[in-house]
Design a protein around this ligand. Structure first.
Ligand SMILES: Nc1nc2c(c(=O)[nH]1)N[C@H]1C(S)=C(S)[C@@H](COP(=O)(O)OP(=O)(O)OC[C@H]3O[C@@H](n4cnc5c(=O)[nH]c(N)nc54)[C@H](O)[C@@H]3O)O[C@H]1N2
Ligand SMILES: Nc1nc2c(c(=O)[nH]1)N[C@H]1C(S)=C(S)[C@@H](COP(=O)(O)OP(=O)(O)OC[C@H]3O[C@@H](n4cnc5c(=O)[nH]c(N)nc54)[C@H](O)[C@@H]3O)O[C@H]1N2
Ligand SMILES: [Mo]
Length: 775
């Protein structure tokens, strides 16, 4: 294996597994918040920041995309938002002296955690091959270098322009214009690895690739389903809505192969009474312990239950809604009735009795919200799986009435907004026409690359330049070994970033790191303080104003960087790039010009610090599909992933711990799952362990089941017995990405099937330190 791909083991304490017996949230969360602020030496500054976070006039939390409540509390943050803020406002700095101290080869020996802990990037740096070090470069020289590389390409399609979802609307919009004027639609983005099945799967069903809920729906809903989403860790502020729903007696059904702690029992960290009395709320009424990839069978079972009830003349389908608003019911009915209960239970691992019980909860509810996350999107047929979920909602008219909705829990704080304002490798002609009319150039019409195609292009040599607007592309994509090698072939890699990460160390022949002003910091330009805007997961657009001084004199706002790259690359451009550097209102005017239907009067609307809601037509029971109706779509069978014919095969879900933000590792512990100081673990069912002669603490390797000639392994993993369904195992992303083949993705959306990697246990060659197991 390539040396650069080796997983760096980190031990910052004694590795230990001990079950977490407390409810999630509560004093554990309060303690963790204080701890991270102290670790980053920002107790006072951080606390001040937390008071401004998600408040009118303040800045939007850089962590997740969950909306602010309609009735705000004085504090509106969670433990993991506090971690994100503490790490962003850290006292630690990565300076030119730091880079002078280490060669890139030496930095590569450090863990992701260590790289993150070095602090904020402070000045632009360029890779120097002679010394194998990053050395300072002036901003103007950096822009000139980028411009020279881009202009030297034989085709604009030889460049890949990545976006991570922290990028604000103003920046993302200009970036999408700059890249299109340059001449390509190569827009790989983090969404391609995340909620792309939502963006591509839902439009044929309901005419829009977004969720249909607003926060008020939580107050009206009669049943909640949380499927494949770890709420307490990845969108903790939503726990408040779940606690409130439980207090109203609303049933909450969880479908997950892992019994996630916070979804079982939760104490609201902001509920003083619950905290003081050590009280907690039981969250779930039904926990459905599904096999990995078994959700499709459950959805079909639920639909079958509804059709059977309908046949008996019991109220089950919303016939009036179906008649007025949908097409395709009979084909769906025929497909659903063709699957047997025996197959449904075998493939899902769930009894007919329990599926009927949750289907009854669904049938009796007049308004249901179905929330979902990566547990549904990251499968080989993620897009089609979501269409089946949408069928289930359509059957009971659960669109366009209070308390009813499909609710994708989006990841990055502005990932949805970035797509809305043009980060799209498959733009529509209508949109490109608007761009042409507003900006006066002819944008490229050929569709571009998504994330996996971008790696393919690097691997086969057609890509020459990678530009990363935030994020950590190389750690986020599949097939680590191949992807690293592909990235290293490029002529130029550019990373616009706040923090040092491995993506900066796996670089092209030329390489730049460009440090930026972060979300929580003030953007000052010649025209005074500027603000940016963010679209949350429920399509609310709100202003975000940083409150802290930028980390140093040599960091730049992201928007300025995009404008200056445009000026250096497109000398003949008629677009007034320089004016956008200083005045963000001008950018919002152009956004309103390109998207008049949703963004008309954008600047005026931003006078209200609470922002406004973008139109989501299904909320009005309007369907922007070719037929003008919502469509029942058929996906035959019960398999959401290809069948692998190997009796030793286990399905591996790569998930997040409680102490990471995607590729950023806050600590090596995962409190709610009871693992401390180690991330190289595999959660496994007791019977699967026995079958393989494994015990708690056994050290194993995993190898991907594939026939494409690539051997993919990760060695030195410790087995932890866990309440997983048979045949399903879990471990952490990004450490296990070397096991995920690039080709193993949803063909409609390009989203890697990171929750269903077929693997088998192989003997370990490494041998690892033993973990202590406490009871
Ligand atoms: N603190 C924190 N917050 C975050 C992030 C973070 O890393 N840290 N990341 C942000 C981003 S970009 C995103 S996209 C979201 C991600 O948030 P989530 O969607 O919660 O992501 P994961 O932790 O990857 O996994 C979700 C769940 O899917 C379950 N699962 C696995 N396979 C299956 C299956 O086949 N069926 C079902 N039903 N469930 C399955 C897992 O057990 C796990 O509970 O969170 C965002 N918020
Ligand atoms: N196996 C597996 N792979 C996965 C997933 C999985 O569940 N399993 N999840 C996928 C998902 S859902 C996602 S969204 C992707 C995430 O992919 P990315 O979005 O690319 O990754 P992040 O870890 O969020 O990026 C972190 C880096 O962003 C930079 N950064 C932070 N804040 C800012 C900012 O304000 N501005 C700028 N310019 N840079 C900033 C910092 O340098 C930091 O190191 O990974 C995907 N990959
Ligand atoms: Mo994500």
């Amino acid at each position: 294996m390539n040396d650069r791909v080796k997983i760096v083991k980190v031990r910052d304490g004694k590795p230990e597994v001990k079950p977490y017996h407390h409810p999630a949230g509560g004093w554990g969360a309060a303690g963790a918040t204080a701890k991270v602020l102290m670790e980053q030496s920002v107790l006072v500054k951080g606390s001040r920041g937390l008071l401004a976070m998600n408040q009118p006039g303040g800045f939007k939390c850089p962590s997740c995309a969950f909306p602010d409540p309609d009735h705000r509390k004085t504090l509106e943050f969670c433990e993991n938002g506090a971690k994100a803020l503490a790490h962003e406002t850290t006292k630690a700095r990565v300076t030119r002296e730091f880079f002078a101290q280490y060669t890139v080869t030496e930095l590569l020996q450090q863990s992701d955690y260590w790289l993150e802990m070095q602090g904020r990037l402070t000045e632009p740096m360029r890779y120097d091959p002679a010394s194998d070090k990053y050395v300072p470069i002036a901003w103007d020289d950096a822009y000139a270098l980028i411009g020279a590389h881009l202009r030297a390409l034989s085709s604009p399609d030889e460049a890949e322009f990545y976006t991570s979802g922290r990028t604000a609307n103003e920046t993302a919009f200009l970036y999408s214009i700059m890249v299109r004027e340059f001449g390509t639609n190569n827009f790989p983005d983090c969404s391609n690895m995340c909620h792309e099945p939502t963006s591509r799967g839902l439009p044929p069903s309901i005419g829009i690739g977004k969720g249909t809920a607003v926060m008020a729906d939580f107050e009206h809903t009669e049943a909640l389903f949380i499927i494949g989403q770890n709420t307490g860790t990845n969108s903790p502020r939503m726990m408040t809505n779940l606690v409130e729903a439980r207090k109203r007696g609303i049933p909450i059904v969880l479908i997950n192969p892992m019994p996630e702690r916070a979804l079982v029992r939760f104490t609201e960290p902001q509920d003083i009474v619950q905290m003081a009395t050590f009280g907690s709320t039981r969250i779930n009424s039904e926990f459905v312990h599904v096999r990995i990839g078994g959700d499709l069978a459950i959805f079909k079972g639920m639909m079958r239950h509804l059709f059977e009830a309908d046949d008996r003349g019991e109220p089950a389908l919303d016939h009036a809604f179906i008649a007025e608003h949908t097409l395709g019911l009979e084909a769906l009915r025929a497909d659903v009735m063709s699957v047997s209960w025996a197959d449904i239970t075998r493939i899902s691992g769930i009894s007919e009795e329990q599926i009927r019980r949750i289907a009854e909860i669904y049938r009796k509810s007049n308004a249901t919200m179905i929330c979902y996350g990566m547990g549904l999107t990251q499968h080989q047929n993620g897009s089609k799986l979501l269409q089946q979920l949408s069928n289930l909602l359509l059957l009971r008219g659960n669109y366009g009435k209070p308390g009813a909705a499909i609710v994708p829990i989006r990841g990055h704080s502005n990932v949805q907004g970035d797509r809305t304002v043009g980060i799209d490798e498959k733009p529509t002609d209508a949109y490109l026409d608007r761009v042409r009319d507003v900006f006066g150039f002819e944008p490229p019409r050929t569709h571009g690359h998504h994330a996996v195609e971008a790696v393919d292009a690097m691997e086969n040599g057609t890509a020459k330049v990678f530009f990363g607007l935030g994020g950590n592309f190389i750690r986020a994509v599949p097939d680590t070994e191949r992807s690293y090698a592909a990235m290293a072939k490029l002529a130029l890699t550019v990373n616009v970033a706040t923090k040092l990460n491995r993506g900066h160390l796996i670089h092209g022949k030329d390489s730049l790191i460009l440090p930026v002003v972060a979300r929580s910091e003030i953007i000052r330009t010649a025209k005074g303080e500027q603000f940016v805007t963010i679209e949350d997961a429920m399509a609310n657009v709100t202003p975000s104003r940083g409150v802290f001084e930028p980390v140093g004199p040599d960091v730049r706002p992201e928007t300025e960087i995009i404008c200056r790259v445009a000026m250096a690359t497109l000398p003949g451009s008629k677009i007034p790039w320089a004016s956008y550097i200083d005045d963000y209102a001008l950018i919002r005017d152009r956004i309103a010009d390109v998207y008049p239907q949703i963004y008309a009067g954008f600047n005026a609307k931003m006078q209200d610090p609470r922002g406004f809601h973008l139109d989501v037509p299904p909320r009005r029971r309007v369907w922007k599909t070719p037929s003008g109706k919502a469509n029942f779509l058929v996906f035959p069978g019960l398999q959401v992933n290809d069948i692998v014919d190997d009796p030793q095969m286990l399905r591996l879900a790569t998930v997040r711990s409680h102490d990471q933000y995607n590729t950023t590792i806050y600590s090596n512990s995962d409190r709610y799952r009871g693992v401390y100081n180690d991330r190289l673990v595999v959660f496994m069912n007791a019977d699967d362990m026995t079958d393989r002669g494994l015990a708690n603490g056994s050290v194993i390797g995993l190898e991907t089941c594939s026939t494409d000639g690539h051997r993919r392994t990760v060695d030195g993993l410790t087995v932890v017995q866990y309440d997983m369904p048979r045949g399903a195992i879990a471990g952490y992303y990004p450490e296990l990405n070397p096991l995920l083949p690039l080709e193993f993705h949803d063909k409609i959306s390009g989203t890697p099937a990171a929750k269903a990697i077929p693997v088998k246990v192989v003997p370990s060659e490494a041998g690892a330190e033993r973990i202590r197991f406490a009871s």
